[in-house]
Design a protein around this ligand. Structure first.
Ligand code: C2O
Ligand code: CU
Length: 582
C-alpha cells in the first residue's frame, strides 16, 4: 500500500516535470519521499576490526536521504534492536509545525520500543547539507547515523556552480561498546572513554595501519582488499572540474580538520546556509557542523591526492583518516605522489579561530533583529556530584525525564517541570581561568520557557574544567532553529558593558551549531517562532550524556495535536488512557 502511494506520487511529479519550462509554477510540485527503515544491531568492521554496531537496513552508515527543498520526508522506522528503544533526529531540519518528528527521546517523543514502528513525517524546507542520527543514550556513537542532502527546488539555482558532488560524512569510532562507555561515564570513580580508535570517512577507517605508510614513518601499510566494510574510500574526479564537497561531522568526541593535498577549498555553505565564499587550505569541522566547499581539480592530473582528516582541540591519539582523490583515468590504487597534508597542531586555537571568524553570511541572508527581548547567559562548567563527574550549565547538570516534555507540556501535566526555573545568568565575577571554586553541582531539567516570537540571545561562556589549565572546545547545537552567530570573545563575557559593540549585526552567519573556544564566549540570537520543545546542547556525545545541555520550551500551547505514538509512554500515556474513559 505505501509502495503504491509512492509510485502514484512519482507519476504526478513526472507528469509535472514533463511540462518543462512551459508552466513556471511546475517547479512547485513538492514530492513525498517514502522510506522504510529497520534499525538493528549488526556485525561490522568500520576500521577492519569486527564489532557490533547499529545500522539501518543492513547498511552502515545508514542510507542517504536525497530530497528537494519543499519535499516531505516520510520514514517508517521499525526498531529491530533486541532490548532497547530508538529514535532518530534529523539534524539541521527545523521541523516547523512538526516538533514531534524531531527525534529526541524524552524531549520530542517516547522512544520507539523494540518491534514497534514510528513514522517520521516532516518537510525539508531549505536546501543544504544535513545528516541524521540516533538521539537516545549514546546511540549516535554506536553508528546510528547517515547523510541527508536537500537540493534546491526545481527551477531554483544554487548561488555557485559546480560539475559534480562528493559526499563526506565524518565520524569517530570506538572499539568499546557504548554500554561500556556509558557505564564508565557514570561510575565512581569516573572512567573516561579516552580518544577514539579511528576516524571514519563514510563509515570507513584505518586502525593500527596507514594507507600512506610510505609517507608516515613508524606505521604499517594497511592490507588492501578483502574486507569490503573498510576498503579505502575513493572519490573519482576528472581534471579541471569543480566539485562540491559536502562535509558533515557526526563524531562522538573528536573535533576534526580536513585538507586535500595541494588543493584549495572554497567554503560556500555552513549548516544549510550560504556563506560569503572564502578560500582556505584546510577546514575545521566540529561535531554537528556541516559545510559545502568547492574544490577545483587543477593539479597535476597524472597523480592522485590524499584527503586527510585529523583531530583538533584534544591531544590526539588517533591517526588521521585517509581517502583517495582519484584523478581519472589514473587507477584508484595508484598511491598519491605527495604525503597526506598534515593536520594543524591540535592546540593551535589561533588557526581555529581564524577559520571560524571568517564564516559570515552570504549577501541576501536575512539579518537578525537589531535587539533582543531576553538574554540567557549559560556558564559551562565541569563539576562533581556525589563522586560523579558532570557537566553543568549555570551549575545544573541536565537529566532527562521518563515522560517526554513535548507531550507532558502540551497536555499540561503538572509533573512536567521542576518547581524552580533555571537561571538566566550566572552573574559576573566567575573566574573562568581556574577550576570551579565550589565544584559541587545539582541535577535538574534545565527547561527555559520562551515566549512566542520573542528574540532571544544566548551567551555561552566557557571556563576551566576540573583540572588546572584545561578548557575544552564545545560545539553547541540548537534544535528547531537556525541562529545568527553574533560574536565571540576571549575570557569572561563582559556583561552589558561592551556587549553590543562586540556583536556583528551586519552579516552574522546563520547556523545550527556554534563552537565555544577554550576560556571564551560565543553569543547567538534567534527568534522563538517555532512552537515546540527543543534541545540545545553540546554535540559531544559523552558531554551531553554527562548533562551538558538545556531545553527550550517554546509556545507549546501553539503546537498542533501531537501524534499518539509520540506520547505513548510515562505520564502522558496514563493521561491519554484516562481521557479515553471520559
Ligand atoms: Cu545532532 Cu541534539 O543533535
Ligand atoms: Cu562539550
Amino acid at each position: 500500500m505505501p509502495a503504491m502511494r509512492f509510485s502514484l506520487l512519482l507519476c504526478v511529479c513526472c507528469a509535472l516535470m514533463a511540462c518543462g519550462g512551459l508552466l513556471p509554477k511546475c517547479a512547485e510540485a513538492a514530492k513525498a519521499r517514502h522510506f522504510k527503515w529497520e534499525v538493528s544491531n549488526m556485525f561490522w568492521s568500520p576500521d577492519c576490526e569486527e564489532k557490533v554496531l547499529i545500522g539501518i537496513n543492513g547498511q552502515f552508515p545508514g542510507p542517504t536521504i536525497r530530497a528537494k527543498a519543499g519535499d516531505t520526508i516520510v520514514v517508517e522506522l521499525k526498531n529491530a534492536l533486541h532490548t532497547e528503544g530508538v529514535v532518530i533526529h534529523w539534524h539541521g531540519i527545523r521541523q516547523v509545525g512538526t516538533p514531534w518528528a524531531d527525534g529526541t527521546a524524552s524531549i520530542s517523543q517516547c522512544a520507539i520500543n523494540p518491534e514497534e514502528t514510528f513514522t517520521y513525517r516532516f518537510v525539508v524546507d531549505k536546501p543544504g547539507t544535513y545528516f541524521y542520527h540516533g538521539h537516545y543514550g549514546m546511540q549516535r556513537a554506536a553508528g546510528l547515523y547517515g547523510s541527508l542532502v536537500v537540493d534546491v527546488a526545481d527551477g531554483e539555482e544554487e548561488p555557485f556552480e559546480y560539475d559534480g558532488e562528493l559526499n563526506l560524512l565524518l565520524s569517530d569510532w570506538y572499539h568499546e561498546s557504548i554500554y561500556t562507555q556509558m557505564v564508565g561515564l557514570s561510575s565512581k570513580p569516573f572512567r573516561w572513554i579516552g580518544e577514539p580508535q579511528s576516524l571514519l570517512i563514510n563509515g570507513r577507517g584505518q586502525f593500527n595501519c596507514s594507507l600512506a605508510a610510505a609517507h608516515t614513518p613508524g606505521t604499517k601499510q594497511c592490507a588492501t582488499g578483502g574486507n569490503r566494510h573498510c576498503a579505502p574510500v575513493v572519490f573519482p574526479v576528472l581534471p579541471n572540474k569543480t566539485y562540491r564537497l559536502r562535509i558533515a561531522s557526526t563524531t562522538s568526541l573528536a573535533s576534526l580538520n580536513l585538507a586535500v593535498g595541494n588543493h584549495k577549498l572554497m567554503v560556500v555553505e555552513a549548516d544549510g546556509n550560504y556563506v560569503d565564499p572564502f578560500v582556505v587550505d584546510d577546514i575545521d569541522i566540529y561535531s554537528g557542523d556541516s559545510y559545502s566547499v568547492l574544490l577545483t581539480t587543477d593539479q597535476n592530473p597524472s597523480s592522485n591526492y590524499w584527503v586527510s582528516v585529523g583531530v583538533r582541540g584534544r591531544q590526539p591519539n588517533t591517526a588521521p583518516a585517509l581517502a583517495v582523490l582519484n584523478y581519472r583515468p589514473n587507477r584508484a590504487s595508484r598511491p598519491p605522489a605527495l604525503a597526506p597534508p598534515a593536520t594543524p597542531a591540535w592546540n593551535d586555537y589561533a588557526h581555529s579561530k581564524a577559520f571560524t571568524y571568517r564564516i559570515l553570511a552570504r549577501a541576501g541572508t536575512p539579518p537578525p533583529p537589531g535587539t533582543s527581548n531576553r538574554r540567557i547567559e549559560l556558564l559551562n562548567t565541569q563539576n562533581r556530584m556525589d563522586g560523579h563527574i558532570k557537566w553543568s550549565i549555570n551549575n545544573v547538570s541536565m537529566v532527562l525525564p521518563a515522560t517526554p516534555y513535548l507531550g507532558s507540556l502540551k497536555m499540561g501535566l503538572k509533573s512536567a517541570l521542576a518547581a524552580a526555573r533555571p537561571a538566566d545568568t550566572f552573574g559576573r565575577g566567575y573566574d573562568v581561568t581556574r577550576p570551579p571554586a565550589n565544584p559541587n553541582t545539582t541535577v535538574g531539567d534545565n527547561v527555559y520557557v520562551l515566549e512566542h516570537n520573542t528574540t532571544v540571545d544566548v551567551v555561552l561562556q566557557n571556563a576551566n574544567a576540573l583540572a588546572n589549565n584545561v578548557s575544552e572546545v564545545h560545539p553547541w547545537h540548537l534544535h528547531g532553529h537556525d541562529f545568527w552567530v553574533l560574536g565571540y570573545g576571549d575570557g569572561a563575557f563582559p556583561g552589558d558593558a561592551g556587549y553590543a559593540a562586540r556583536l556583528n549585526l551586519k552579516n552574522p552567519p546563520l547556523r545550527n551549531t556554534a563552537v565555544i573556544f577554550p576560556y571564551g564566549w560565543t553569543a547567538i540570537r534567534f527568534v522563538a517562532d517555532n512552537p515546540g520543545v527543543w534541545a540545545f546542547h553540546c554535540h559531544i556525545e559523552p558531554h551531553l550524556h554527562m548533562g551538558m545541555g538545556v531545553i527550550f520550551a517554546e509556545a507549546v500551547d501553539r503546537v498542533g495535536e501531537v501524534p499518539k505514538a509520540a506520547v505513548s509512554c510515562g505520564a502522558t500515556a496514563t493521561a491519554l488512557m484516562a481521557d479515553d474513559h471520559v
